[in-house]
Ligand binder design. Sequence first.
Ligand code: ATP
Ligand code: MG
Length: 585
Amino acid sequence: MNLYLRLLRFSYPYKTKLVLAMIFMALCSGAKSASAYLVKPVLDTIFFEKDMTKLYIMPGIVVLLFIAKGIFEYLQAYFIGYVGQRVVTDIRNLLFFNMQKQPLSFFDKTPTGSNISRVVNDVALVQSTVSDSVAAVLNDIFTIIGLIIVAFRMEWKLTLIAFIILPFSIYPIVSFGKRLRKIGLNIQQYLARLTSFLHETITGQRIVKAFSMEKYENNRFAGENERLFKLMMKRIRVRALSHPVMELIGGIAVAVIIWYGGYQVIIGKSTPGTLFSFMAALIMLYEPIKKLNKENHNVQQGLAAAERVFEVIDRQSEVAEKPGAGELGAVEGRITFEDVSFRYEDRMILSNINLSIEKNDVIAVVGKSGAGKTTLFNLIPRFYDATKGRIMVDGIDIRDVTLDSLRTSVALVTQDVILFNDTIRSNIAYGVEPDDNSLLEASRMAFAHDFILKLPKGYDTVVGEKGTRLSGGQKQRIAIARALYKNAPILILDEATSSLDAQSEIEVQKALENLMKGRTTIIIAHRLSTIINAHRIIVIDKGAIVQEGNHSELIEQDGPYKRLYELQFKEGARKKVIPLGKKRA
Ligand SMILES: Nc1ncnc2c1ncn2[C@@H]1O[C@H](COP(=O)(O)OP(=O)(O)OP(=O)(O)O)[C@@H](O)[C@H]1O
Ligand SMILES: [Mg+2]
């Protein structure tokens, strides 16, 4: 019931149109009931009284009635359709906006396909509920009321008898509805699973093909599809059963009325016109009740989908802005970690990190794969919030400022490059006004300009989903250009040059060195060349800082850095291309 009310509340902004729709529905039902009512004068006056003038008037009234009904029907369909579509558009927006508000942990937990399915499949079902079913239900209810009034006026005793039967017809409507709602929820969950599966196998086609797993994936898909089929059949069974049950109840009602009504006519207490008029009302009544049953099925499915939609709309973001959070303002770039610990679910990833980075510092971070390097610096733009302790930028707790102002101060090159299926220009200028001069400068610095010019449409080349039309190194250079273009006071490079060949890496490195001047830079790297020039090197192991210092200090100590250096940097330096850590992963 709550869900109904909630959906209904979405129509509040469009209440004028909703009221208009209801008025036209009522008028339309009135016209329908009037046509049932007309049966009496038609039968009684024309056939029994044999009144010639009325014979001319009646057909005219019938035609007028149908014209009026047609106009009302059109108007109510238009207005209710308008409200329904607007409500659904609003719900879809709200769902997407709220999804975007969710922290990364939400997207870690929910498969992409399932989220897509919510916005596409679930909202589509809600749409059919809101715009089609609600309209139909309201229509039916109005019609039922109108026809009941006619029936009452004709034969109140008979109507009461019909009313005794009515609860018997309501009961199956409700109980079938409940079952269908449960099945509907299951079906929507299955559709979400199917969409996730599709998303994964389609985006992973390269790997599917490389491992010749087409057959395996086919079987998995067919299996899921079969389960969906079974659920669908369950729904068909319930729906199919509900129809004959309703018919039977209707049949019993008609039988009782023929018996009692016929008796009344025979003993002269009623006229055939009255009985037929009543029967007409009753038969017409049967139609909306039957439809109400069918629409109830649709509404239940829609509500099941609405449940899934509201689940996300109601979800509070863990990484939320404090009410009245201030702006971070112009940032110098001092970063302090105070006793920071972090866990994913129940796995402790970082423990008691204390670290302060002065403005304009260049910090290199090294450590084995899985040590927690990426996780640690994901905390600065608040992709996740620290479980314990606090992080400050320029001495201000990052949880006290708006996410927007914090994130504009940080430029990031992520470990796996993410590009959008858009032009190179928009990818580099993502989130910032495009300005051709700085754009060219940024891509020159990232050593991307030359290869971009060689592309078929230069800066206007569309890179394909996730940038598939570019090579790994090219994607990385675009990502670097994007970070440079953002021109933020804090720069985080997470293995930003790992896909470049030795030559380009040295060149990009040089460019980055220029760029690091005047901003705080954190470089997570597996390669010696990047690390040696840093002001400070931090060694992370199992989620804790185990060593700190510059290269020459650390190499003197007999600690993990020296071991890493001897094992990998030296070899890496010799061969130039072996990234440290990856080998040990
Ligand atoms: N979204 C996540 N949910 C749960 N656990 C995660 C998530 N991301 C990373 N982890 C876990 O956290 C640990 C640290 O991961 P992190 O990505 O920080 O390592 P890293 O030091 O950056 O490694 P690499 O050098 O391979 O990039 C890993 O053990 C990993 O399994
Ligand atoms: Mg990492």
